[in-house]
Design a protein. Structure first.
Length: 201
């Protein structure tokens, strides 16, 4: 989201750098975007503007693979604005990529408290799945489906839960992969997973 340059000289300079950083991020010029967000934060004083710059810089750091810096920025963003589910969700995404699954689940919990979206439940389900808590993962994927029954990724993820249960539920996995394919028939990964479930039957 672009911000208006309606403040004093320093704040105006900050908004110029912020808005240019936003454009660069859309053009996939990640390093340039980060550099502009750094300069923006040196000049911005308004907490809303600082939040936006920290939030966006945190995402760009994740795109670069600098997960430590990403987590630091997104934690600072959450500290400034505790009512933003997208900040907690993105902090959790960076923690998830950094294999900090407990911390990620904690922040997905906060995102869900603020906004019960299919994306948040699906993301938390993936964290539970990677911790081998398949029961909790299945429950989250079920909640995600109740909210958005047309997202093939959720069916794929729940199918993976069924495939990795002990004992595996090949029929239920097959059904979920089949449903995912009916929504996204050109996704080769879904066909491959369906084949694995079929072989196990």
């Amino acid at each position: 989201m672009a911000i208006k340059n309606d403040k004093g000289p320093g704040e105006k300079a900050g908004t110029y750098f912020y808005n240019r950083g936003l454009v660069k991020s859309r053009l996939d010029k990640v390093k340039g975007a980060i550099d502009d967000y750094v300069k923006a934060l040196e000049n911005l004083g308004d907490d809303e503007y600082k939040y936006q710059a920290l939030f966006n810089r945190g995402i760009q750091y994740r795109r670069m693979g600098n997960l430590g810096a990403s987590i630091e920025d997104l934690q600072a963003a959450c500290g400034l604005k505790k009512d933003k589910p997208s900040a907690y969700n993105n902090l959790a995404l960076s923690q998830f990529e950094n294999e900090e699954f407990d911390a990620a689940i904690n922040n997905y919990d906060k995102a869900i408290t603020l906004c019960k979206s299919a994306v948040h439940y699906n993301n938390r389900g993936l964290a539970h799945y990677h911790m081998n808590d398949l029961k909790a993962a299945e429950a989250d994927f079920n909640e995600a489906m109740n909210i958005d029954p047309h997202d093939p990724t959720i069916y794929f993820n729940r199918g993976n839960v069924y495939l990795n249960q002990d004992p595996a539920s090949f029929e239920r996995a097959h059904e979920d992969y089949e449903h995912a394919i009916s929504i996204a028939p050109n996704n080769a990964k879904l066909w491959h997973s369906k084949g694995l479930a079929y072989q196990g039957e």
